[in-house]
Design a protein around this ligand. Structure first.
Ligand SMILES: Cc1cc2nc3c(=O)[nH]c(=O)nc-3n(C[C@H](O)[C@H](O)[C@H](O)COP(=O)(O)OP(=O)(O)OC[C@H]3O[C@@H](n4cnc5c(N)ncnc54)[C@H](O)[C@@H]3O)c2cc1C
Length: 451
């Protein structure tokens, strides 16, 4: 019987895990977070005022059984036509924090929040023992790893130790990333995905008027949302397609209903398609299709896309495709040698700052995160077959190095993408935290959601 669950990390995943345990009248919970404010995590904690959600508010409820929850909260805050808006990420953070505060105030002591860094999780007495950096330990019947994404890899050819601060920022969310630049400076952003978009907007909002060059292997930019159009007849069943045929079937549907609708109608099936794909198909998808999938699937709010277009149109933001090869510091900046895609000859860019926006790392064997390194080294968890996260089964139980699922140690959120793939955004994680809370509360045998 599970009486007490310890949750490591109070971002969206951990916070909703705790709230859903309470909503199911399940085990009591201890929510452990190293950051000052629990409930926000990276996406909603590090956001600046001009960072906007990339999903309309109508689909951003934290609760899968109450789809209008966020919209009603926004309306109480005085936001008009809330469901169609792309709210600021900071606002979503306030919503999560308000839910967490409310849960703590009304839980009769069943939810305890602890501030601290978890350094170790052990299997002890049939459950979990959590050790914190300050020497505290917490015993629970089960532990949930909700630690979020790992920081990105260092790009090829760049040795951060050889560059004097603040030439190189490995953490694009660092508070001082825009400090000290002049309008004559140039900034190289490595990566052209959503993190680059945030970074370019932050530089612009901080008043930087110099040049921004964003470089990635393919130079692909996230596409933009459009105003919702007419409804269409969605596919009713999971497409009988393998990764190699996905492009063809998507093109066909795109011709009939538009590419946005063709991508969106796959959403209810993506996890099943991934689950049913062979390891070879998953590999092919990751190698060849992933960059294309990502830019079409994870879109920008129209106003964000317009700001990025304006930066490009007036020459302040340039997107290039290629690969970094070397970076050497000079008196006037860093000379970055890079090879444009499809060319043999390297070129040199002189920039005053480099920001790594290559996106999250999922490979447990390459991470510097002490907790995950330790758990991996002791064989308590292992990397999934494609090294994009923590290996879990379909009940979110972590898998030990022996191949056995751990009944006492679960994982949630983007680090479970090896098993679920589509587990990055709120609509998918809210479902995952809900399902695990039901299981840990012995409520999963009840048929209808919300009971
Ligand atoms: C910049 C950004 C923008 C996004 N925008 C959207 C959006 O518009 N719409 C959408 O649907 N999705 C969006 N997402 C995706 C999604 O909302 C996030 O992936 C989701 O919030 C993940 O939450 P998490 O709790 O799993 O991870 P995180 O938010 O990373 O939280 C993990 C928490 O664990 C803590 N932690 C880690 N290790 C330890 C430890 N050892 N001890 C103690 N604490 C620890 C961290 O401090 C952190 O607070 C965005 C993601 C990012 C990164």
């Amino acid at each position: 019987m599970t009486h007490h669950v310890a949750i490591v990390g109070a971002g969206f995943s951990g916070t909703l895990q705790a709230i859903n345990l309470l909503r199911h009248d399940g085990p009591r919970a201890t929510l452990i977070e190293r950051a000052e404010t629990p409930g926000l995590g990276l996406a909603y904690g590090a956001a600046r005022p001009d960072h906007i959600l990339n999903v309309r508010a109508g689909n951003m409820s934290a609760l899968p059984d109450d789809p209008g929850h966020f919209v009603r909260w926004l309306e109480k805050e005085g936001v008009a036509d809330a469901a169609r808006q792309f709210a600021p990420r900071k606002t979503f953070g306030r919503y999560l924090k308000a839910m967490l505060d409310d849960a703590v105030a009304n839980c009769g002591g069943r939810l305890n929040i602890v501030r601290g860094e978890v350094t170790q999780v052990d299997h002890s007495g049939g459950g979990a023992r959590i050790s914190l950096a300050d020497g505290q330990s917490i015993d629970a019947d089960a532990a949930v790893l909700a630690v979020g994404n790992l920081p990105p890899h260092t790009p090829p050819g760049i040795d951060p130790d050889a560059l004097t601060p603040p030439r190189y920022f490995g953490d694009p969310w660092a508070a001082d990333v825009t400090d000290g630049l002049s309008d004559e400076d140039a900034v190289l952003i490595i990566g052209t995905g959503l993190t680059m978009i945030d970074s370019a907007l932050s530089l612009d909002a901080a008043g930087f008027r110099g040049r921004i060059i964003a470089l990635s292997r393919r130079g692909l930019l996230p596409r933009a949302h459009e105003a919702p159009g007419a409804s269409w007849e969605r596919i009713a069943e999971r497409p009988e397609t393998v990764a190699s045929e996905l492009v063809g079937s998507l093109r066909q549907r795109s011709a009939a209903i538009g590419w946005r609708n063709a991508v969106d109608e796959l959403r209810p099936f993506t996890q099943f398609m991934w689950g049913n794909a062979s390891e070879a198909e998953r590999s092919r998808f990751l190698r060849h299709l992933r960059p294309w999938w990502d830019v079409h699937r994870h879109r920008l709010a129209p106003e964000v896309a317009a700001r990025i277009e304006a930066l490009r149109a007036n020459g302040r933001l340039t997107i290039v495709s290629g690969k970094t090869m070397d970076a050497r510091e000079h008196d006037d900046g860093v000379a970055v040698e890079w090879r444009p895609r499809g060319h043999d000859k390297a070129e040199t860019l002189v920039v005053q700052r480099i920001i790594n926006c290559t996106g999250p790392l999922g490979d447990l064997d390459r991470t510097t995160d002490p907790l995950l390194r330790d758990l991996t080294a002791r064989g308590l968890i292992r990397a999934d077959a494609h090294r994009i996260g923590i290996d879990v089964d379909n009940q979110a139980r972590t898998i030990a190095a022996t191949g056995q699922p751990n009944d006492w140690l679960y994982a949630l959120g983007p680090m479970t993408r090896g098993a679920f793939w589509e587990i990055v955004a709120v609509p998918d994680i809210r479902q995952q935290t809900w399902a695990l809370a039901r299981r840990l509360s012995n409520a999963h045998w009840v048929g209808g959601e919300g009971l």
